[in-house]
Design a protein around this ligand. Sequence first.
Ligand code: HEC
Ligand code: HEC
Ligand code: HEC
Length: 115
Amino acid sequence: MRPIFFAVLIVLVTMTGSLAFAQENKGADQMRLEGGGQGSVPFPHHRHQTALGDCLVCHSFFDQEKGAIADAIADGRLVKKQVMNKLCIQCHRRQKQDGNPGGPLTCTQCHKKES
Ligand code: HEC
Ligand code: HEC
Ligand code: HEC
C-alpha cells in the first residue's frame, strides 16, 4: 500500500471510530421521570432526539445523567416544575399552535400513578 493511501485509511478509521463513540451515549430510549405525588412521567427520550435533532434544547438545563433534573433542583440551578412548565409543556403547546406533532398537555396524560 502506498503511504498516502495508508494515511487516508488511518484518518477514516479514526473518524468513524469517534463518530460511533459520539453517538453511543444517547441514554435510555424510554424513561420514567420523577413526578412527585402526581405520579411519574413516562418520557420517550429517543423519539425527542429524533424529532428535535438537538440535545441542548434540554441538556443546557440539566446534564446528560440519570437523576440530572433532581440534582439541578437540589443545587438551585432549576426549581421544581421548571422543566415541566418551561420545557415539556411550553414546547408541546407551541407545536400544537403551529399545527405540528407534539406531546401531552394535561396532567394525567403525562403523570401516571404506578399501578
Ligand atoms: C426533550 C428533552 C431532551 C432531549 C432533546 C435530549 N434529552 Fe437526554 N435526557 C432528557 C431527560 C429528561 C433525561 C433524564 C434526566 C433525569 O433523569 O433527571 C435525559 C438523560 C440523558 C442521559 C442520561 C440518562 C441515561 O439514560 O443514561 C443521556 C446520556 C442523554 N440524556 C443523552 C442525550 C443526547 C446525546 C441527546 C441528543 C442526541 C439528548 N439526550 C437529548 C431529556 C432530553
Ligand atoms: C408534558 C408533561 C407534563 C404535564 C402536561 C404536566 N406535568 Fe407535572 N411534571 C412533569 C415533569 C417531567 C416533572 C418533573 C420535572 C420538574 O419538576 O419540572 C413534573 C413535575 C411535577 C410536580 C413536582 C413534583 C415534585 O415534587 O418535584 C408536580 C406537583 C406536578 N408536576 C404537577 C402537575 C399538574 C398538577 C399538572 C397539570 C396541571 C402537570 N403536572 C402537568 C411533566 C408534566
Ligand atoms: C422542544 C420541544 C419539546 C420538548 C422540550 C419536549 N417535548 Fe415531548 N414531544 C415533542 C414532539 C415534537 C413530540 C412528538 C414526537 C413524535 O411525534 O415523534 C413529543 C412527544 C412527546 C410524547 C409522546 C406523545 C405520544 O403521542 O405518545 C411524550 C409522552 C412527551 N413528548 C413528553 C415530554 C416530556 C415529559 C417532556 C419534558 C421532560 C417533553 N416531552 C419535552 C416536543 C418536545
